[in-house]
Ligand binder design. Structure first.
Ligand SMILES: [Zn+2]
Length: 148
């Protein structure tokens, strides 16, 4: 029986090139921990990052967690789907790790523009974002990386 579905844990930074990781637990890990997923966040993020940036990272990792839709409820008269029911919450097979919306090189976007629907969708989200990073933010991040 699962006690909870998620655990967020600070991880040691030594030798890792990521800030956060989301992992679906194996059956053995579920047995030991009672968790369906485990999110690791580097300790540097907890110690040095702004709360907004840390929230964005945790939000990112949470977006990897996806529950399958189960049965479709169909209107017998029209044959159209009225709604989709969620797959059973307690069934580990109902859950999976969702891939990123887009994986692309800035060089390709520079040369070919928004050539693919996922890239276009991502660019739209960037344009609509409340906060846009400035050159000062980028410079600060670069200095922070050098300092570590
Ligand atoms: Zn990710």
């Amino acid at each position: 029986m699962l006690r909870s579905s998620l655990n967020i844990t600070p991880a040691m930074t030594g030798g890792v090139d990521w800030a956060g990781k989301c992992k679906k637990c194996s059956s053995f890990e579920r047995f030991l921990t009672g968790m369906m997923f485990h999110i690791f966040i580097i300790d540097t993020a907890f110690e040095n990052w702004s709360m907004d940036k840390l929230e964005a990272l945790i939000d990112h990792e949470l977006c990897h967690i996806q529950r399958k839709t189960g049965m479709e409820v169909i209107n017998p008269e029209t044959g159209k789907v009225i709604r989709r029911e969620w797959a059973k919450k307690s069934d580990p097979d109902s859950w999976y790790l969702r891939d990123h919306d887009v994986e692309e090189f800035s060089d390709v976007i520079h040369r070919h523009g928004l050539w693919e629907h996922g890239v276009e969708k991502f660019a739209e989200a960037v344009r609509n974002a409340d906060y846009q990073m400035t050159i000062y933010d980028a410079k600060h991040e670069s200095e922070m990386r050098k300092a570590q």
